[in-house]
Design a protein around this ligand. Structure first.
Ligand SMILES: Cc1ncc(COP(=O)(O)O)c(C=O)c1O
Length: 401
């Protein structure tokens, strides 16, 4: 039976990682993989995580099962981190939460929940969106459609086109929104735009599905949740998929959760009973370790303070690199305006060069980014930023777009 299967093409990001690994040039720069890197090019265990982990391991007396909703105090602590203390949806007992294997697990749980409630649900995603959204959301049979989002001429959002499209959708359409640090473009909505979008969602009875994978890496822990908090307070039904991979640096521990806001506590209980059934049917129970670490941090004022400083340091490094990069590119490539990189948020930007230029950077200068020119800004370092800008200048001279 299995011999019928034909080999699939290599995933583009895995292919890029393999090319990078095989490159022996000491100047090589990895701007492909979507993980945070410090100025040494490392993705370290955060000191707050290390301390919390030691506490957790020192206290642990069993590895017995937890439950299908995972670590309930973790879920509650995450709801407070995401929504803010005393958020109206929390005080009205309208939030139900389930731990998930990473943000990806939360996205899939949400998709399965929508399919259970309404099998012909259409999920609308931004153009472009994170490549993994497509298999995660359509894998359970939901239909995906696209709404306009990124404006390559400004590096910002085509907001009126986006609103115009969403304002024509039928009621109970699901709209997937990147809460902050849009992946792959770095183009985020302003607070005023979130408010306008809220009115369209309300008027058309749309169901927002917010993907919060970079809380703290854009403008700040509270600021990055502006849209999430607004929508959760104002709309009857909202789902929020949260990842602790980037902001807690817990990638491989697969830590995340799904929060669903509904109209009444009784509806919330019904929703949670379905989420438990869905989780049981896919993986039964989520991994515990990362959630225990996050709970240890969020449950201790000292550790939480330390974590806030550490996530703040990551954010400042990314913002600083963005500004340095804009300056360096202005010096080496004055013919082209890269100012948009300084106004975007989070780890990613679409650099805005064509595939031939991306390949020239790779083949001639050992600089690796995705073919669509998505680059991970955090992959740059103080000591190779200038090298990068000079390489771009050469590539633009030889193969102008
Ligand atoms: C937009 C977006 N959503 C969700 C995730 C979820 O990541 P994980 O499943 O590793 O927590 C990521 C990770 O790269 C992401 O970029």
């Amino acid at each position: 039976m299995l011999e019928r299967l034909e080999r699939l093409p290599t995933d583009p990001i895995l292919g890029l990682m393999a090319l990078f690994r095989a490159d022996v040039d000491p100047r090589k720069v990895d701007l492909g993989v979507g993980v945070y890197r410090d100025d040494e090019g490392e993705t370290p265990v955060l000191p707050a995580v290390r301390r919390a982990e030691q506490n957790v391991l020192g206290r642990q007396t069993t590895k017995s099962y937890v439950s299908a909703v995972g670590n309930a105090p973790f879920n509650q602590a995450m709801a407070r981190l995401v929504l803010g203390e005393a958020h109206p949806a929390l005080t009205a007992d309208r939030v139900r939460s389930i731990q998930a294997p990473g943000g990806c697990g939360a996205l899939r749980l949400g998709a399965e929940l929508f399919r259970t409630a309404q099998p012909d649900t259409v999920v609308h995603v931004s153009t472009p969106t994170w490549a993994n959204h497509v298999p995660l959301l359509s894998g359970c049979g939901l239909k995906l459609e696209k709404y306009p989002y990124y404006d390559s001429s400004t590096g910002g959002v085509k907001f009126s086109e986006m609103l115009g499209t969403l304002d024509r959708l039928p009621a109970r359409s699901v709209v997937l929104l990147h809460a902050s640090c849009h992946n792959p473009t770095g183009a985020d909505l302003s607070d005023a735009q979130w408010r306008e979008l809220l009115e369209v969602c309300r008027r058309r009875a749309l169901v927002p599905f917010l993907d919060l994978a970079y809380q703290g890496l854009g403008r700040g822990v509270g600021e990055d949740a502006f849209g999430v908090r607004l929508f959760a307070a104002e709309l009857p039904e909202v789902a929020i998929a949260v990842s602790c991979s980037k902001n807690f640096g817990l990638y491989r521990e697969r830590t995340g959760c799904l929060h669903v806001i509904s109209q009444t506590p009784a509806q919330g209980d019904a929703i949670l009973s379905h989420l438990v059934r869905i989780a049981r049917s896919i993986y039964s129970m989520p991994p515990d370790h990362g959630a225990a670490i996050v709970l240890e941090i969020l449950g201790s004022p000292t550790l939480q303070e330390q974590w806030s400083e550490e996530v703040g340091a990551m954010r400042k490094r990314i913002t600083g690199l963005r500004h340095e990069l804009v300056k360096s590119l202005a010096k080496h490539c004055p013919q082209r305006d890269f100012g948009f990189i300084g106004t975007q948020r989070g780890m990613f930007s679409f650099f805005g060069i064509d595939t031939a230029q991306v390949h020239a950077l790779r083949d001639q200068h050992h600089i690796y980014m995705m073919d669509d020119s998505r680059m991970n800004i955090a992959g740059l370092r103080a000591d190779n930023l200038e090298y990068f800008a000079q390489a771009v200048a050469q590539v633009l001279r030889v193969t102008p777009a």
